[in-house]
Ligand binder design. Sequence first.
Ligand SMILES: *Cc1c(COP(=O)(O)O)cnc(C)c1O
Length: 385
Amino acid sequence: MSDEPVPPRKHGFETLAIHAGQEPDPTAGAVTVPIYQTSTFAQEAVGKHKGYEYARTGNPTRTALETCLAALEGGAWGLAFASGMAATDAVAHLLSSGDHVVMADDIYGGTYRLFARVFDRVGIELSAVDMRDPANVRAALTRSTKLVWMESPTNPMLKIVDIAAVAAVARDAGALAVVDNTFASPYLQQPLGMGADLVLHSTTKYIGGHSDVVGGALIGNDADLRDRLAFIQNAAGGVPGPFDSWLVLRGAKTLAVRMERHSDNAQAIAEWLAQHEKVARVNYPGLPTHEGHDVARRQMRSFGGMLSFELKGGEAAAMRAVSRTRIFALAESLGGVESLIEVPLAMTHGSVKGTKLAPPAGLVRLSVGIESVDDLVTDLAQAID
Ligand SMILES: *Cc1c(COP(=O)(O)O)cnc(C)c1O
């Protein structure tokens, strides 16, 4: 193997996941990127160094992760953060008092909370709209709109947003189109190729994939945008440590094979739930009856591991079911190899309770893991009965 780096885009996704940014280490030939557990880097003379000075500004383990994530999203650059919210916070810091943001109306609760309850105090205006119809986004635009924030599939209702159509509306308005691509992962969906300016990930979820690390990332193409965000990343300091960067990078190597199984398992469970007599409604874009199915087919490779459903018995039946599963763990978060179950309104989405963004009280959300699908169905069957 030569020392030539793997050129992004020339290789398939699976190859990039394992090799982009991850050339054997020049010091000892380590095949795996070392954990550069250091806060500072020695200089030969003042300002003469190998590209690293202080580890908040840059660390080689983090650089490897940023290079890999950029390659996976088909972007020119990536920036890694300490959490998905730290990445969101960096984007929000692009804004000034009086600027306006349009976001999807069933967005990740923490994203809504940051804009509605932290950045409102510095005068940033917010509109939440149903983005399934791009006309709603156009109608919400003002002269001050600087940011259009999408999620698809959305959390927890699994609505599908036509990313290319909404990105075009944003571009016409001169606003940045941001896609939180956490639910789909870059393996299933690559928003930059659909006209988005910026992709955000909570790498805590599918990219990390093993429920053992919290992290976030931003990926884009525009060099000026990279400079502004890298400045904020360094100035505000919400960076991941070297070990966390390494864990996310290790997770990314198997993203493709994990996503295939997540999608297969979730599809089978969605179909099983849809025909169950105690189930009132299933939200999964892989069902042909889902109203966003055609758009999802167009913009996603497969439909992912997340689904939500309502039982005919409503909230009481939901609370009972989630306390009875044995393989599905009752827990917040998503995207790991193990299956999780939760009631969004009482757990992940508590911050939108009482607002128009609140999901139904009896909604149950599943993060379908990569266990044997027969075991997962059996577990749900005994929990619902
Ligand atoms: C978890 C999550 C976030 C926030 O990420 P953290 O890593 O928890 O800070 C943002 N968006 C979505 C869709 C998420 O699921």
